[in-house]
Design a protein. Structure first.
Length: 134
């Protein structure tokens, strides 16, 4: 004998559906759908398949960095102008200096930043690829 939730699931199934779609169609919590679907599978009433899906989305911060450059890029640009560290924004000092130094783009001495080497091509290619995606 079927539990009333199992009967509701079976009557709502129209074709291959995601658990979320089925939860919406049955007006039931997703946890209930997952639990009772397993019970129906064990008794041979339904077959279940699992698909893994990965999404990639830029955060608001990522979108901002794509439009106005990453902090380390802005630090490198400031280094090209021999700007003092005091002229950098808080974000550039807190994040950009560390990354620009770690990447080998800038040197810091006596409160001044100077360019060490230009950002490498893979960095530029990766950033252009991200721009094309979003």
């Amino acid at each position: 004998m079927l539990h009333q939730i199992e009967a509701k699931i079976l009557s709502a199934l129209s074709s291959k559906m995601s658990a979320q779609q089925l939860a919406s169609a049955c007006n039931l919590p997703l946890d209930s759908i997952l639990s009772f679907s397993q019970s129906l599978r064990e008794r041979g009433y339904v077959s279940l398949s699992q698909e893994e899906r990965q999404d990639c989305r830029l955060t608001a911060e990522g979108q901002r960095f794509l439009s106005e450059k990453f902090p380390e890029e802005r630090v490198y640009a400031a280094a090209l102008k021999s700007a003092p560290i005091s002229s950098l924004t808080n974000e550039e000092r807190a994040v950009g200096v560390a990354w620009a130094t770690k990447n080998g783009w800038v040197n810091i001495a006596k409160g001044e930043i100077s360019p060490a080497s230009a950002p490498e091509e893979p960095y530029r290619l990766a950033k252009n690829f991200i721009r094309q995606l979003f």
